[in-house]
Design a protein around this ligand. Structure first.
Ligand code: PEP
Ligand code: MN
Length: 280
């Protein structure tokens, strides 16, 4: 691609070469980056077993194939709910197993990596850790799919270079996640950069998913941006859902209700078909 700026070396593993199709990452039989669009849903944080079970049951019933939930939460204030830690991981693994849904959870510290790998099917590197190079190097040495979220104010080159750290270590199972970047705008939490989805799909062979929840921070904007993400060519979306968002311990303002999520799922199918795909 002839872009405005190009600093990435041609031989970088993250870049697509002319004959290469998108890398498909298989997570327990569920392909990410293939013809179908994959939907990951669940609460921001694992709060307790009953709430997670209810959420998983409902989102799966509406068509989500993977379950998300944080056990280690990167909160702005140290006094906010920090997540249940290992207890949360156990709950997540248990419910994922019961519901037959692969699970995604965030790794904040490389000290927890071994523990996390026991319980999760996909590791998530959050926006705040996108350039934690020692963590990226360690993840490069393990054999586990990883969702690499775009940093809070990262350029596309910085994001792809972060992915390169993981690929260079030998772990080729990287899924990129656009989750908005900080701009001058204050009506939204972040500005979701959907042009990045189309651009990164051109530049890289890695699958790209979109998180419209953190990307907007506003519940009413989540469905429109999820629809737009699928139209823009995203290989998946990751959405926060909570049975009672107003009582959520984190990110309630951007969480869909199960009903809202079910409505969104129905809207996504025709959009996926219009761009030659389907919802997995
Ligand atoms: C999350 O997905 O739980 C999260 C904290 O997202 P981000 O790192 O994109 O802020
Ligand atoms: Mn969240």
């Amino acid at each position: 691609m002839k872009g405005l700026k190009k600093k990435l070396a041609d031989n970088m593993l993250v870049l697509r070469n002319s004959h290469q199709s998108t890398t498909v990452i298989n997570v327990k039989g569920c392909p990410i980056g293939g013809e179908s669009v994959v939907v990951v849903a669940g609460p921001c944080a694992i709060e307790n077993e009953d709430l997670l079970k209810e959420t998983a049951f409902k989102v799966r019933g509406s068509g989500a194939v993977m379950l998300r939930g944080g056990a280690y939460k990167p909160r702005t204030s140290p006094y906010s709910f920090q997540g249940l830690g290992e207890e949360g991981l156990k709950i997540l693994a248990r419910i994922g197993e019961e519901m037959n849904m692969p699970v995604v959870t965030e790794v904040m510290d490389s000290e927890d990596l071994d523990l996390l790998c026991e319980y999760t099917d996909i590791l998530q590197v959050g926006a705040r850790n996108m350039q934690n190079f020692s963590l990226l190097k360690k993840i490069g040495r393990i054999d586990m799919p990883v969702i690499l979220k775009r940093g809070l104010a990262a350029t596309i080159e910085e994001w792809l270079s972060a992915a390169e750290y993981i690929l260079a270590g030998g772990n080729s199972q990287v899924i990129l996640c656009e989750r908005g970047v900080r701009t001058a705008e204050t009506w939204t939490r972040n500005t979701l950069d959907l042009s990045a989805v189309a651009l990164v799909k051109e530049l890289s062979h890695l699958p790209v998913i979109v998180d419209p929840s953190h990307g907007t921070g506003v519940r009413s904007l989540v469905a429109p941006m999820a629809r737009a993400a699928v139209a823009a060519g995203a290989d998946g979306i990751m959405v926060e859902v909570h049975p009672v968002p107003e009582r959520a311990l984190s990110d309630g303002d951007q969480s869909l209700t199960p009903k809202g999520f079910s409505k969104l799922m129905k809207e996504l199918e025709p959009i996926a078909r219009a761009v030659g795909r389907r919802i997995y």
